[in-house]
Each structure stands twice: as structure tokens, then as C-alpha cells.
Design a protein around this ligand. Sequence first.
Ligand code: 13P
Length: 253
Amino acid sequence: MRKQMVAGNWKMNLTLQEAIDLAEQIASRLKDSTEASTPIVLCPPAGYLQAVSSITKEIRGLYTGAQNCHQEVSGAYTGEISVAMIQSCGAEYVILGHSERRAYFHEDNILLSKKVKRALAQGLKVIFCCGETLPERESEKHFDLVKQQLQEGLFHLSEEEMSLITIAYEPVWAIGTGVTATKEQAQEMHAFIRSLLREIYANSVADNCSILYGGSCNPKNAKELFEQEDVDGGLIGGASLKAEDFLAIIHSL
Ligand code: 13P
């Protein structure tokens, strides 16, 4: 059985104290209700990883993740963060391939494949994002585009490595826009992604890979999205910055 999961991507928001307050509110409300088999992951800005992980590590099933990592082990890469640094702050996950990293920091599939490999080699679990822009969907290239992102970014991995990957389908046109993919659009793409996994890997890999939906997911629409057969949870942006909303989304699982 694959895991259901919700992750909050806090992006470049919050002061340190606001981040601590948010993590504490979420942790205290989840205290007795989380299951180790349903991971909840908080992904704060890099500078807050240690502070947030010192809170999440007290709660079973609650984890901290980074929003990016570098592909090299260490060295002269000013401003970057390595996998070992992330781990030394107590984080266990990293988001890679977010469309904002692709668009604003020119991260392409080849670079992302190296980052994925590095993260897994050093024991960090990866939430790998894929998703099309509006023009790509309107010109009906969305399936090909997502296929290419996964083929070039992920499908060099062994079956064992693939079992440490969570995929997040985040249509770019839905991110931060208030326009959510319909449950049919989400299910169609998630099923497509799972069928790709089935073509390349054993059935067990496809069956066990959690595929999250991201893009204007909120307490109102989370339940109908999460009820879809191939939607295993969400990667949440804006709504993860408010404890009430994030908790309501978690409880929609
Ligand atoms: P929003 O939930 O704000 O649309 O952001 C989604 C996202 O980019 C999560 O990584």
C-alpha cells in the first residue's frame, strides 16, 4: 500500500519567529493524531531548517524538508546548500524540480537528475515536481512534457532508488493562481504518471509511489482531489502558511 502524504512548501516566506510559531502550532495539533505511515512534511526556507526540525522531530510522522539542494557534495558554490548540510539540520526530505526553480533558476531536467542522484546517494528522500505551463496544456503537449520531465529527471534511477521518490504533479497554471486543476484533470495526469512508472519499473514500484497534487489546493478542494484513485495527497504552497488551513488539508486525507 502506498503512503498518503501532505507536504507544505513555505517558499520564501515568514521570519524565523513566524516559522517557529507555525511549526509549533502544527506540531501541537498533530501530536496524537499522526501516523508514521502518513508523513507530513514541513519545508521551510533553508535558514530555518534546524529550528523547524527541532520541533518536527518530537512528533511521530512529522518531518522537515528543504526546498532545494546542490548536486555536488561540497565546495566553492557560494549561496548554495548541500545534502549533508540539510541533513545536519535534521531534515529528511528535499523538494527538487519545483517549477519556480525551473523557471527562475534555469534548472533543467539534466541538472535535476544530478540533484536527485546526489540527494538519494546521501540518504535524503526526494519530492520531485513536474507539471506543464498553460500554453503547454492548451496546445495539448502536457502529457509529453510531463513524460519528458520524468524520463530525463528520474527514470535513470534504479528500482530501489525510485522507492525513495515521491512525485508531485504541479501544473504551473494552478500554482498560486487560485485556479485548481479539476479532480478529473488531476486524476488523468496522476494515472498517466503511474502508467509511465509501470512501463519502466516493476508493478510494485508504480503501485507504491506516492503521487501528490499541488496547485491552489485548499481546505475546500482538498478532499475531492485526495479522493481520486491516483492522488495520494498534496504539496501545498499558500495554504501551508496558515496552520488552520494546512491542518484542514491534512484532515482531508
Ligand atoms: P500554491 O498552493 O500556493 O498554489 O503552491 C503550490 C506549490 O507550488 C507547492 O509547491
